[in-house]
Write a protein that binds this ligand. Structure first.
Ligand SMILES: *Cc1c(COP(=O)(O)O)cnc(C)c1O
Length: 400
């Protein structure tokens, strides 16, 4: 193939306008739903929160859903509900957003990093098992890029060692594992509705569970530890009907009613968004199948994935550039990438806590070659083709 001069070297960029790696899709229907909620009597603690919780439980197949102000709060509440505290250990993956590990630190526990599978990039159940000690209290497994983790094996390990199984499904609303939706598989499943995620509430999160005891604890954790139902009071003869009761130390992690309205409206489009994401993933997979310099994430057959991120891994031995040079070349072609993620324990906060590089060799090796290319439902086929063309143009230039 003729080499075409890269934009970073002064050539013509593949596109005229920039596309990002991810973005929300807000329609007229969403705007209308939010506007209606804003003119209601209650803009927080109103009926739309209960409504979206009901919808989320339906969509995920879970008995209960608690919505909160963001995905990080969801993870924090899950740690509290699981009873994780000082001296405990929580096993998670390093190839994730920091919040998956930070939630353990919030409650005084220690995150322990298990390595990932080199092909699927998801947490490796064998590595989870190898890291279990008598201090281990919970596992936070992340459906990385939206692909379901190996739930059957992880659930079995958690059962055997009496651990709470938390799934961080921030990437994975809409994904099914063996036909079962994410949200009803682990003991608790946490979602995020940040604008880059598949559906958005501006900021938002949720925890789903089938366990009534965990559900009660999640409510307490997210709403100041306060109960309002007289049946649940410790004080059996309150002086008046104004009485409510604070029973534990909780937080104000509430979602507003206008965010809940947006989320309900977005949930109606989950299937449409999911299908479009799948179409784009298919276009990318087909385009990169015959590019040996590009390695794509392997899918397990059990996962019917609504993909949040499309990651290409550069085979750097076959290219005469660094990942940073490739990334910058993509940017110059007006295709904005991102890297998901710097291994969590590489950050100064964790290094200062005594974690050292080299802990999880598979995750570190993957990190060195990866970048996420644009994936969101609003992308047109032409946009997708331009992202493919940019990758191929740069590979062609740097091919050894
Ligand atoms: C986005 C994300 C979170 C945090 O969600 P926020 O809503 O941004 O707080 C947690 N875990 C993972 C894997 C995420 O991608």
């Amino acid at each position: 193939m003729e080499k075409e001069k890269l934009a970073i070297h002064g050539g013509n960029p593949i596109r005229e306008t920039r596309i990002d790696y991810g973005r929300q899709w807000i329609g007229e229907d969403d705007v209308k739903a939010v506007a209606e909620a804003l003119t209601g009597a209650l803009i927080t603690c109103g009926p739309r929160v209960a409504e979206v919780e009901k919808r989320l439980a339906e969509v995920t197949g879970a008995k209960y859903a608690v919505v909160v102000c963001n995905g990080t709060a969801a993870l924090h509440c899950a740690m509290i509900a699981a009873g994780v505290g000082p001296g405990d250990e929580v096993i998670t993956t390093p190839l994730t957003f920091a919040a998956s590990a930070n939630c353990a630190v919030y409650v005084g526990a220690k995150p322990v990093f298990a390595d990932v599978n080199p092909e699927t990039y998801n947490i490796d159940p064998d590595s989870i098992e190898a890291h279990i000690t008598d201090k281990t209290k919970a596992v936070v497994a992340v459906d990385f890029t939206g692909q379901a983790v190996e739930h059957d094996r992880i659930r079995e390990i958690c059962k055997k060692h009496n651990l709470t199984y938390v799934c961080d499904a921030a990437h994975a609303i809409g994904t099914k594992y063996k036909g079962q939706p994410e949200g009803s598989i682990a003991d608790m499943t946490c979602f995020s509705f940040h604008p880059v995620k598949t559906i958005t509430a501006g900021e938002g999160g949720a925890i789903t569970t089938n366990d009534p005891e965990l559900y009660k604890k999640l409510r307490l954790a997210s709403q100041h530890g306060i109960v309002r139902n007289p049946d649940d009071f410790v004080e059996k003869n309150p002086e008046g009907i104004w009485y409510y009761e604070m029973q534990t130390l909780g937080f104000n992690y509430r979602m507003t009613d206008f965010q809940a309205a947006l989320l309900t409206s977005q949930l109606k489009k989950l299937e449409e968004f999911s299908n479009r994401r799948k179409e784009i993933v298919k276009m990318y997979d087909e385009a990169f199948a015959d590019v040996p310099e590009i390695i794509v994430q392997k899918e397990i057959p059990e996962s019917d994935t609504t993909r949040h991120l499309y990651i290409i891994q550069l085979d750097l031995e076959k290219l005469s550039c660094t990942r940073a040079e490739f990334f910058q070349a993509m940017s110059a072609e007006k295709v904005q990438c991102q890297v998901h993620y710097v291994p969590v324990y590489w950050f100064p906060f964790y290094q200062n806590m005594g974690y050292t590089k080299g802990l999880c060799p598979n995750a570190e090796k993957i990190y060195k070659g990866i970048m996420s290319i644009p994936l969101y439902p609003m992308l047109s086929d032409e946009d997708v083709q331009s992202a493919i063309a940019a990758v191929k143009k740069i590979v062609n230039w740097y091919r050894k």
